[in-house]
Design a protein around this ligand. Structure first.
Ligand code: CTP
Length: 432
């Protein structure tokens, strides 16, 4: 049976009161307007799975923009309207926002194009979506509140753990869905059904990816990097052939996958070792790992392809330079001064330092921690002003002298303000 009248209002009733009230008011207003209103998509999927998700999408069989305007003014919420897409975004508070959209039919002029949109029914609206598990709706209207609308077997696949496209051309029309399929698969521990996977592989082998703008691929790719199981997702994208095609510079070896997983697993240990606690940018960590086996040329090509912001690209380039120094050998030789260690690591972000700490052996990791906790904290007490008072004119000379003081201090040869002043005096004397 493709459509049942199962009622899941008891699931809705478990939502935080504030959310429930908002959904009920929307249902009541739909009654008043003579419209049908449905919650759809990820919200319903996660509600059934028992996963928290307050990203609410409401489909209106009727004018969603007018509806949302009336609704927002009734509950005194801010609203942003996209007339062109017949959508409106209602901001209730920091943790509750709702997207309203007019039920629509979509079709694609050519693979990878943006869809052409016409007004439609809830059934049309669900059919334009990616996977059956994302095509379950629940009605909000008063006397049918919580009634499930499931034309495409979404609940069955949700219970069976299956990611299934709705129609054979789905991936051809929108290849970004391949990345989404992998994301949902690994996020929930599901599997693509056999046909769906075949269609994904076929789509990759065809030329549809070339027709798609890299920006659209990047958007989905970065959503993926934000997920917990990103390493597994990348592995799947590799298996499907998408990784090579979309990001040809990336060589996702088993070693790289391991390093990504290690970066997930070892952060807590590393964090415990930090004297000054600081959170990290997980995306940057993954990007560093993904570029860690590339030449400088490839890093440039890849970073440009991924449209990485300049700060990310620069950081990756600095990281590459340092991690190629043959750190295990340098550290093992044991004749690095503190200042050598300082010079090696200075300027690197905590993210780069962390990745370096897990890439090599324990000695390298310890050197990184010594740098972060100790060496990088050392500052000279004297300033440029003190040096000018010793007769040096403003200019680059001041910087050079301060650097020399810092070196002595980091190497543990001087300690106090007076030590620093005396060191400068001696240095100037020697140099004259
Ligand atoms: N959708 C689609 N094809 C895409 C992107 C989105 O069909 N390329 C549909 C999906 O059915 C999805 C809905 O649009 O349910 C909303 O998309 P989005 O908010 O990106 O997805 P969620 O399912 O909410 O996933 P997430 O939990 O990752 O936010």
């Amino acid at each position: 049976k493709e459509y049942t009248s199962e009622n899941l209002s008891y699931k809705l009733n478990e939502l935080p009161q504030k959310v429930l009230n908002v959904l009920k008011s929307a249902g009541k207003m739909a009654d008043d307007e003579g419209y049908s209103a449905y919650v759809v998509g990820g919200f319903v999927r996660d509600l059934i799975l028992g996963v928290e998700n307050l990203d609410i999408d409401i489909v209106i069989e009727g004018d969603a923009v007018a509806f949302a305007q009336k609704f927002a003014s009734q509950i005194n919420a801010k609203i942003t309207v996209h007339e062109k897409f017949q959508t409106a975004y209602v901001y209730i508070d920091e943790d509750l926002q709702i997207d309203f959209v007019t039920a629509r039919k979509e079709y694609y002029e050519f693979p990878g194009s943006l869809p052409i949109i016409e007004t439609g029914t809830i059934k049309d609206d669900l059919f334009r979506r990616d996977f059956t598990i994302n095509c379950i709706a629940m009605k909000l209207n008063g006397d049918e509140f919580g009634k499930v609308v499931d034309f495409y077997g979404g609940r069955r696949d949700l219970y069976d753990g299956v990611i299934r496209i709705l129609y054979n051309l789905s991936f051809i029309e929108d290849p970004t869905r391949i990345i989404r399929a992998v994301r949902f698969e690994q996020r929930y521990g599901f599997l693509m059904d056999e046909k769906t996977e075949e269609f994904a592989i076929k789509a990759v082998k065809s030329d549809v990816l070339d027709k798609l703008s890299i920006e659209r691929i990047n958007t989905e790719f970065f959503y993926m990097l934000k997920e917990k199981n990103a390493a597994k997702m990348l592995q799947r994208l590799k298996e499907l052939g998408l990784l090579k095609k979309a990001y040809p510079e990336m060589e996702l070896s088993d070693q790289l996958i391991n390093l990504m997983e290690k970066s997930d697993n070892q952060w807590e240990d590393f964090y415990i070792g930090l004297i000054n606690k600081k959170n990290i940018d997980k995306i940057l960590i993954y990007l560093l790992v993904l570029h860690s086996n590339m030449s400088v040329d490839k890093v440039h090509a890849s970073a440009d392809r991924m449209r990485l912001k300049k700060e990310y690209k620069d950081e990756i380039l600095r990281f590459i330079e340092v991690k190629d120094l043959n750190l295990p050998a340098l550290v093992a030789e044991g004749n690095l001064s503190n200042y050598d260690v300082y010079s090696m690591f200075t300027g690197l972000s905590l993210e780069s330092l962390y990745v370096i700490s897990i890439m090599f052996d324990d000695r390298v990791r310890d050197a990184v921690l010594v740098y972060i906790n100790n060496l990088s904290q050392i500052k000279t007490e004297i300033t440029g002003k003190d040096i000018m008072e010793l007769g040096i004119a403003p200019g680059p000379e001041i910087k050079r002298i301060l650097q020399a003081v810092l070196k002595e201090k980091i190497n543990g040869k001087i300690f106090t303000y007076d030590d620093e002043i005396n060191f400068v005096k001696n240095l100037l004397e020697q140099e004259n």
